[in-house]
Design a protein around this ligand. Sequence first.
Ligand code: 5GP
Length: 187
Amino acid sequence: MSKIIVLSAPSGCGKSTLINYLMTSHPELNLHFSISATSRPPRGTEQHGKEYYFLTPEEFRRRIEADEFVEYCEVYTDRFYGTLRSEVDSRLSRGENVIMDIDVVGAANVKRCYGEHALTIFIKPPSVQALRQRLESRGTDSPEVIDQRIDRAEYEIAQAEHFDAIVVNDDLATAQKTLLQVLNQRL
Ligand code: 5GP
């Protein structure tokens, strides 16, 4: 049975590194990344159709009306993120597994929608203090933004118990191994 693997984590927990590891080092898992749609502008080298489908808020709304999303959220006015049905359903019917990187609310919605077909995994920092140190040493965010990310992380960590599995990312190699074990058991 093909599965949807949903990874959620507070920002700074190494989620993209873990997804890259699974997709490049474990082709046998037959994982295909679900490209989300967003109405935020591209950052840095991000390309339409690679990291995200970049849509205008108007186009996003039109597609919500047309019921094209499995789940979506509007984080603030006109800033949308969502999972397109077209990214998921055709893959599942071909027997492929789909992996996605979405927030904790989206993860709960995907679970509600797909039930046993969905495997939700929460990537957890070893502690909030360790996460703060990581964000500080990364040096990309102002102290105010770090405080916001920590507040959000505390909320997200409180949702971890609703996931099918929790993987603590303290040491990267250990987290990779644990994640692989979870997938091998459940796929
Ligand atoms: P960023 O703007 O940094 O790329 O992503 C911000 C947040 O949006 C991340 O927590 C990411 O997991 C979440 N996100 C990305 N795509 C989706 C999606 O399709 N649905 C939901 N619910 N959240 C998403």
